[in-house]
Structure formats: structure tokens, C-alpha cells
Design a protein around this ligand. Structure first.
Ligand code: RB5
Length: 145
């Protein structure tokens, strides 16, 4: 299951992502927001990040205006590795090399077509492990500093 969320800046694109996941029969849980009314993105980032960190969701997708606020907020949650991506290469490699568990992007940055390609690139990629595992472990150790 994918945990998905957005603020008002990402609401419209989140709805497009949901349609895309529906077409691919990929299950998700929508943590809001549910309209274009202004909300505070850290609230949504916390809900999605917590669902991922606690194992309720296998990964998360967060959309705000830029994708940056969501990624900063999600990365504050223990166990979360969130990446803000605006291209498919980064989306693929952040899964392969960083084992990221939350993908973020900007509803005011990307068109729908590119955003959905980014979602596919991210979901279709797998963590490579090997030499990257040690580095990811080093990242996670930073949570204990
Ligand atoms: C909201 O106006 C905007 O600040 C938010 O969507 C996001 O871009 C923050 O990083």
C-alpha cells in the first residue's frame, strides 16, 4: 500500500496520481488534503511519514507546491528517507541507491505527464543493496547523533 498526501499546492496533482494508481490497480491510502483550501504541509507529511515508518504503507508519495517543504518535513521522521524529484533519472536512482521510502514532487513545478512518469520510475525501481546498503545505514545512523 502506498501512503499519499498533499497540501493545497499539490492537491490537484495528487488527484491525478490517485487516478494513475487506480488504473494500475496499485492500492493506496489518501491522507489528504481533500480540497484546494490552504493547509499546513507538515501535518500531512507527518501522517504519511508515520504510516511508512510504522510499516502501514510500503512507501509514500507527498506533493506540495514545490515538493521541498514536504521532503524536509518527512525527513524529520525517524526511519524516513524522502527525496524531492523533478526527473525520472533521480526518481529511479534514489530508490536504487538511497532506498528512499517517500517520493516528493511539486504540483506547481511539474506537469501531470512528467509527474506520473516519475511515479512509475520510482515504483518500478528496486534498492540495489550492496555498497549502497552501508551508505544508507550511515545515513540512518545520523538519526542517533
Ligand atoms: C504553500 O504555499 C507552499 O509553501 C507549499 O505548498 C510548498 O511549496 C512548501 O514547500
Amino acid at each position: 500500500m502506498i501512503a499519499i498526501g498533499a497540501d493545497h499546492g499539490g492537491f490537484a496533482l495528487k488527484e491525478e496520481v490517485k487516478k494513475h494508481l487506480d488504473e494500475k490497480n496499485i492500492p493506496y491510502k489518501d491522507f489528504g488534503t481533500y480540497s484546494g483550501e490552504a493547509v499546513d504541509y507538515p501535518v500531512i507529511a507527518k501522517q504519511v511519514g508515520t504510516a511508512v515508518a510504522q510499516g502501514e504503507a510500503q512507501c509514500g508519495i507527498l506533493v506540495c507546491g514545490t515538493g521541498i517543504g514536504m521532503s524536509i518535513a518527512a525527513n524529520k521522521i525517524k526511519g524516513i528517507r524522502a527525496a524531492c524529484c523533478s526527473d525520472t533519472f533521480s526518481a529511479r536512482f534514489t530508490k536504487m541507491h538511497n532506498d528512499t521510502n517517500v517520493l516528493c514532487f511539486g504540483g506547481r513545478v511539474l506537469g501531470t505527464g512528467l509527474a506520473l512518469d516519475i511515479v512509475d520510475a520510482y515504483l518500478d525501481a528496486a534498492f540495489e543493496g550492496g555498497r549502497h546498503e552501508k551508505r544508507v545505514n550511515m545515513i540512518m545512523e545520523l538519526e542517533n547523533d
